[in-house]
Design a protein around this ligand. Structure first.
Ligand code: URA
Length: 254
């Protein structure tokens, strides 16, 4: 008869196997080999990931999301991998997934927080009042077309009553944003507002200290600036955003 310690060990083994199987199913496995996997020759290095991961070792389910996204070789494949996403609780309240729009080869990418009501209804980021202001910055300020840049958000589904995204929601969405950034490979990312800047750069620094300074994310230059929704409430601060945008234009030779 097994003692309590062996029972606990057995339960933990069952949990580990279940996590592993669920993770494999999430990434499309339909069968499982029986018997031990052959060990790689000791001289052979483990296969390299495409990019060094900045995240600490993730639990099995989130590793599965990571590989869903990482396997996509194009934006269309990434959209297909995202599918009718049910990976977090926001899926229940959304009308549409707001994946992102623009030129998939853009040099310049804007990343906001998450869709609001208009974006959820139209399946396009930054189409409400704050979006109009962002469009003005792009078209009237930078003299670019909206289609020349790429626009996305940290999370792709609208949180109820536009509340802040929660950590599990961000964790579910981040592999898709990371891959989106890898595939678009912009030269510059403008992080719109505290939430996008802190999430992308993994920093707790206030946006007022981060904005106007260049940061770096996996080889891409990141310029945090104030969120257009903030500017609607504080129009006097538009001049600060214009200073940041001028730095971006100079970096891109616009
Ligand atoms: N605010 C955001 O951060 N993103 C949108 O898409 C719209 C408003």
């Amino acid at each position: 008869m097994a003692g309590p310690e062996q029972q606990a060990e057995f339960a933990s083994l069952v949990r580990a196997v279940r996590d592993h199987v669920e993770a494999e199913i999430d990434v499309g496995a339909t069968w499982f080999p029986v018997g031990p996997e052959p060990a790689p020759p000791s001289s052979q290095a483990a296969p390299r990931r495409e990019r060094a991961s900045v995240a600490p070792a993730a639990p099995a389910a989130s590793r599965a999301r990571e590989s869903d996204a990482a396997a996509a070789a194009s934006i269309d494949e990434l959209i297909a991998a995202l599918g009718d996403c049910q990976r977090c609780k926001l899926s229940g309240g959304r009308t549409h997934i707001v994946f992102g729009v623009g030129n998939p080869q853009a040099d310049l990418m804007f990343v906001g927080e998450g869709p609001g009501r208009d974006e959820d209804l139209q399946a396009e980021p930054f189409v409400g009042r704050a979006g109009q202001l962002l469009t003005d910055i792009i078209t009237k300020g930078m003299k670019l077309r909206r289609e020349d840049v790429y626009i996305a958000n940290v999370i792709k589904c609208r949180p109820p009553s536009n509340r802040n995204p929660e950590p599990d929601e961000i964790q579910s969405c981040m592999p898709f944003l990371r891959r989106q950034i890898d595939l678009i490979a912009p030269r510059v990312i403008v992080a719109l507002g505290k939430f996008a800047a802190q999430t992308l750069l993994d920093k707790g620094t206030p946006i007022t200290r981060m904005r106007g300074q260049w940061h770096e994310l996996g080889g891409v230059k990141v310029m945090p600036t104030l969120h257009p929704a903030y500017l609607l409430r504080n129009p006097a601060d538009k001049r600060l955003v214009w200073e940041d945008i001028k730095q971006v234009m100079s970096e891109l030779g616009i």
